[in-house]
Design a protein around this ligand. Structure first.
Ligand code: GUN
Length: 311
């Protein structure tokens, strides 16, 4: 039997419908909208698409959203200066520096940038002070993608408390905060990664399985307990025909899109998992829109907190 689809777009719309009036109320009271400064370095095509989408969604929600661009070859100091400017900018309540940064900026560039963003403007929840608050279940600004997954599960009436949750992937952006957010909702949580022994068997114990490793089709039915809830957070742009042919049947819609465009976005979860899982958040059509909805919510929250209007 095919899994129930967890509809990320519908949940994102519901969140946006809540954020809109709250943004209007803030704007009326403050005499200005909540403001978001987005910094994009270089011209990575995927980042361009994400940032465009963030700017449009922010504008649609009534937020002020400004884009600051730096060329791919910009020195790290230039980026740090832009962030410092935003740190001191009155109309900007939130700051987002799009990841990944160009490799030429150096291996510790992201850490250095996230470290100097003012914690109360850190709408990504990446600053170590906010990560520490998250560890202690006191965070108000938590990473957008894992927060979006929690919203998706809760609004789809998936019971988290008492469940066994397995997160595949230990990144600072998704895996670690995801595990903490599940833990704080009383799941029993295991994090799996590249050195995990017998990963499929560990994953197959999960009632809730979240995959965030960026390996197309890695999670096969052997990783999934019958009836489990599976959330795919992986997004890999695939142009290798062999990979696409391995994952998708010749007459499938995904193959048709691949033939038309020459590449497609593929998640970490193999399509055959839909026959085993009880519920599935697929790629595309899953958590993508939720990341942006949570960014809007975090920006509103940051604005309210700076104004002293939120706990
Ligand atoms: N790149 C991919 N996802 C994200 C995110 O949530 N925040 C930032 N800043 N960059 C990203």
């Amino acid at each position: 039997m095919a899994a129930r689809v967890l509809d990320g777009a519908a949940v994102a719309n519901a969140i946006r419908a809540e954020v809109g009036p709250a943004v209007a109320a803030f704007t009326a009271r403050a005499g200005r909208p909540p403001g978001l400064g987005i910094v994009l370095v270089g011209d990575d095509p995927a980042s361009e698409i994400y940032v465009r989408s963030k700017l449009k969604s922010a504008a649609d929600a009534g937020l002020r959203a400004d884009l600051m661009r730096l060329p791919a070859g910009a020195p790290l100091d230039d980026l740090l200066a832009v962030v410092e400017q935003l740190n001191h900018s009155e109309p900007h309540d939130g700051i987002l520096v799009q990841s990944p940064l160009p490799a030429a900026m150096g291996p510790d560039a992201e850490r250095r940038v996230f470290d100097i963003i003012r914690p109360d403007k850190d709408v990504d929840g990446f600053h170590p002070a906010n990560v520490g608050l998250l560890v202690q279940n006191r965070a108000t600004l938590a990473a957008c993608t894992p927060s979006g997954v929690i919203e998706l599960l809760e609004r789809s009436h998936v019971t988290i408390a008492g469940s066994r949750a397995v997160v595949i992937g230990r990144s600072d952006i998704v895996g670690k905060p995801m595990a903490l957010l599940l833990l704080h909702r009383h799941a029993t949580v295991t994090i799996c990664h590249s050195r995990t022994k017998d990963l499929a068997a560990v994953a197959a114990e999960a009632d809730i399985l979240v995959a965030a490793i960026g390996r197309p089709g890695f999670v096969t039915p052997a990783f999934v307990k019958a009836g489990a809830v599976v959330v795919d957070v992986g997004t890999t742009q695939v142009s290798d025909r062999a990979v696409v042919e391995r994952l998708f049947a010749p007459d499938s819609k995904r193959r048709e899109v691949f033939e038309r465009r020459g590449s497609i976005v593929v998640g970490d979860v193999h399509p055959a998992v839909a026959e085993v899982a009880g519920a599935l958040s697929p790629v595309p059509g899953g958590v993508g829109p939720l990341t942006i909805a949570m960014l809007l919510k975090n920006t509103l929250r940051a604005a309210q907190q700076r104004a002293g209007w939120a706990g």
